[in-house]
Design a protein around this ligand. Structure first.
Ligand code: MLT
Ligand code: ZN
Length: 533
């Protein structure tokens, strides 16, 4: 996926990195800006020279063995690369960061630390020179804006990928931040445990990125949020101080709970290690793909599922017929497991338990009850893991299908379940035939993914969507970012979900922990709170 393609999808269209950086550099009052003395910002020659010097200093000091490891191709050392001017080939850095997503960025330096101590030295150095850094942790492609970079020093955590310990009695896993989620899932599987988090992007996303965004995923309804299952963290602060909070205790009420590094989007510190509570693996998994005539039936089905399936309910996801159509039309190898009658909504229910016969009977009894009560109009129960995966793909494939369909305006909202789909209906009325308005998501968590698909991006459509979507969400006391983070594009929208006093406190915390604002700049917090005071 090239940047051009992403532009076509509207994903990165609403800002120009160069322009926005320039604007903010001119605004000394900006709350979320870096001091003008900061190097590593903007495209000016001085900052490039500064970064170049930094590389040489870092390498010369022997402090860092893995500078530009990715550029170490064809037997060249990092120093060769720099001396021979290969440093100018920033595309390779960007490629390592986002595949080819971020061709507009212009970072000159990608560092791959192997230890917490190295992360600490890098930050100490960058902080002393006011060099901005972006922790680069693999995350879901669609959330890339959280860690999008301009010309910051990129810190890639992928070499810190060790499991440190696993306690089979407590189920507590301690690992480094660069571990790929899928590798952790496989590791735990061999131990008879599972990760409490599962995502479509598990093959590439890293646990540090999941934590920094408090990724919700598909099984939050059962295992709760990462914020809850993370027991401890090791974090490096902007000034290089290492905060060892890597506890493995379920209960610890000493002092304040400093868990704000979970979902700080890398803006308060860099998570280097984590301890997580993992549940035991249960072998009886069932997946049903169901059709509902209206949204009210989906809601009632959720209430019934919670009551009747109780402890074995592990996922409750929904998609509307427009979302399913996109999947069927744009993804290869998918088919609708239900007869081709048009249903308005589809629900995927997964149960996970320890007794195959009992769990299956329980689910079948529930489905019969729901069918008799008119809550579901049709449905299929997976007969094996292949069918279960195929059903899951119908749901997990929606974002991919949307990307293939054209431009997409994406909104990730938390709303009261009973009101959630009204927004989709209202948006359809607003946009008429000019757009395909799609609703899907984690119904069990009250998390709607409202996506608006159009042939191409245009400002008129955007003006019909925003700020309406944010005002609507705010009026219903929802959240404008349920699980994807605010990143760059939504930083200024925070006031739709948080009162000014709360944002002020957040700003103070940021100033205290990162006074020079070097960590993942411009993201999360608004660029000014003055107009909201
Ligand atoms: C999902 O639940 O499929 C994703 O969070 C949606 C997305 O990445 O846009
Ligand atoms: Zn989601």
């Amino acid at each position: 996926m090239t940047m051009e393609k992403l532009r076509a999808t509207g994903r990165f269209l609403r800002y120009s990195p160069r322009k926005s950086l320039f604007d903010r550099r001119l605004n000394p009052n900006s709350e979320n800006s870096i001091p003008n003395s900061a190097s590593g910002y903007g495209m000016d020659l001085a900052s490039n020279v500064e970064i170049f010097n930094s590389i040489m200093i870092i390498i010369a000091s022997g402090m860092f063995r893995h500078v530009l490891a990715s550029m170490d191709h064809q037997g060249k050392t990092a120093r060769d690369c720099i001396e021979k001017g290969l440093l100018e080939d920033t595309r390779r850095i960007q490629h390592r960061c986002f595949g080819s997503l971020a061709e507009e960025g212009s970072s000159k330096l990608l560092l791959q630390p192997q230890t917490t101590e190295e992360v600490s030295q890098i930050l100490k150095y960058c902080n002393s020179r006011s060099l901005a850094v972006v922790p680069k942790v693999e995350i879901q492609v669609l959330w890339a804006e959280v860690f999008l970079f301009f010309d910051e020093v990129v810190i890639n955590m992928s070499l810190m990928n060790n499991v440190i310990s696993f306690d089979k009695v407590s189920g507590i896993l301690v690992c480094e931040a660069g571990c790929i989620l899928e590798n952790l899932i496989t590791f735990l599987d061999n131990q008879g445990f599972i990760m409490p988090l599962d995502l479509g992007a598990k093959g590439s996303c890293q646990i540090g990125g999941n934590i920094s965004t408090n990724a919700g995923g598909l099984r939050l309804v059962r295992y709760g949020s990462l914020h809850g299952t993370v027991l401890g963290l090791e974090v490096v602060l902007a000034n290089g101080d290492i905060l060892d909070m890597l506890g493995t205790l379920r209960k610890d009420n000493t002092g304040y709970d400093l868990k704000h590094f979970v979902h700080c989007e890398g803006s308060l510190g860099i998570v280097t290690k984590v301890s997580i509570l993992t549940p035991p693996k249960l072998f009886s998994v069932n997946v049903a793909f169901l059709a509902c005539q209206d949204y009210f039936s989906c809601q009632k089905l959720l209430v019934e599922a919670k009551g009747k399936l109780g402890e074995i309910l592990s996922a409750f996801e929904f998609l509307d017929s427009k979302a399913l159509d996109l999947v069927l039309n744009h993804l290869d190898g998918v088919r609708n497991p239900l007869p081709p009658t048009i249903h308005n909504f589809y629900v995927l229910i997964e149960t996970t338990g320890s007794d195959e016969t009992y769990d299956r009977q329980k689910l079948e009894a529930f489905l019969l009850h729901a069918m008799e009560g008119g809550l579901i109009s049709d449905g299929v129960l997976a007969q094996d893991m292949n069918q279960a995966s195929a059903f899951w793909y119908l749901r997990e494939g929606v974002p991919e299908a949307l990307m293939k369909a054209g431009a997409v305006y994406k909104y990730d909202l938390s709303l009261p379940v009973e009101k959630m789909y009204d927004l989709v209906d209202e948006m359809r009325t607003r946009l008429g035939d000019s757009a395909n308005v799609v609703g899907y998501g984690h119904l069990g968590d009250g998390n709607l993914h409202l996506n608006i698909s159009t042939p191409q991006y245009d400002d008129r459509t955007l003006a019909q969507i925003e700020p309406f979507v944010y005002e609507w969400t705010s009026a219903h006391r929802g959240s404008i970012s349920a699980e994807h983070g605010l990143g760059l594009m939504k930083a200024n929208k925070i006031f739709y979900s948080k009162p000014t006093a709360t944002v002020k406190l957040m700003t103070s915390i940021k100033k205290m922990l990162d006074p020079k604002g070097i960590l993942n700049p411009y993201k999360v917090l608004p660029h000014s709170i003055d107009s909201h005071s």
